[in-house]
Design a protein around this ligand. Sequence first.
Ligand code: NAD
Ligand code: ZN
Length: 264
Amino acid sequence: MSTHDEPENGSLDRARRSLRRADRAVALTGAGVSAASGVPTFRGEEGLWRDYSPRELATPDAFADDPVTVWQWYRWRRRKVAACDPNEAHAALARWTLKEEGARLVTQNVDDLHDRALRTAAGEAPIPDHARPVELHGSLFRTLCTGCGRRRERREEIDASSAGALPRCGDCGELLRPDVVWFGESLPREALDTAMDAARGASVCLVAGTSAAVQPAASVASVAADAGALLIEVNPERTPLTGRAAHAFRAGAEEVLPALLGGG
Ligand code: NAD
Ligand code: ZN
């Protein structure tokens, strides 16, 4: 096995061939694939809102104590994402999953950019189930009822001006929360099972834009590698997975993924 500090053509060609030959492949993405779209990451200044860090707001305790502030933060994040567009990385992954029945996309992102790119790539055609991104950490554009557990898509604005204005469940009347996995919470069982099945069955695992620091999401890649998958990493920086990668491309996903997966 070898790793490469810079993308170079030989390696790119070999990685591309491995992906093309694979009957089953899994891609794991993280916040880095949305960086070129301008979605704020949790690291650095732009991830901050007022004086809060995500660690203080993305917890069940924070929501129990002060749901108005937590919803105001999510309102801000939803608006930021709604103003962004999918980039070439999302577009390349969308075309790939539509074209290859054995391709599975697993994401840690809660933005809807994979989904929007998929709808653009599919055009008028129906979207097959296998092409839909497996969302390990939920979505900013869904709510989860704190009473009955029902999930609903929610794209319209949320009124978070006061406790009385917060959205409530039409079925049971309880408070709705963002359908996002918070610090200390378990991942949705079905999404995790689907992701792990895809990881165990894949002969190639493509990992893009994730620091591979958040568990169990990062274990999608290590489970695939343990089961014998060839690992391809796309990240401008080293991660704990880089040492296991057969090909490590140190560049942006928006640049490398179209070259790896085929252009438009
Ligand atoms: P992370 O912030 O821990 O790591 C991002 C990685 O992307 C870094 O390793 C960085 O080097 C890399 N990167 C930066 N620019 C890139 C580019 N152009 N192309 C490829 N890679 C690039 O992100 P994570 O691993 O996804 O974990 C963060 C957690 O926070 C996740 O749980 C996620 O749900 C949540 N989160 C999601 C979003 C989103 O939905 N867009 C944004 C912020 C945080
Ligand atoms: Zn309910």
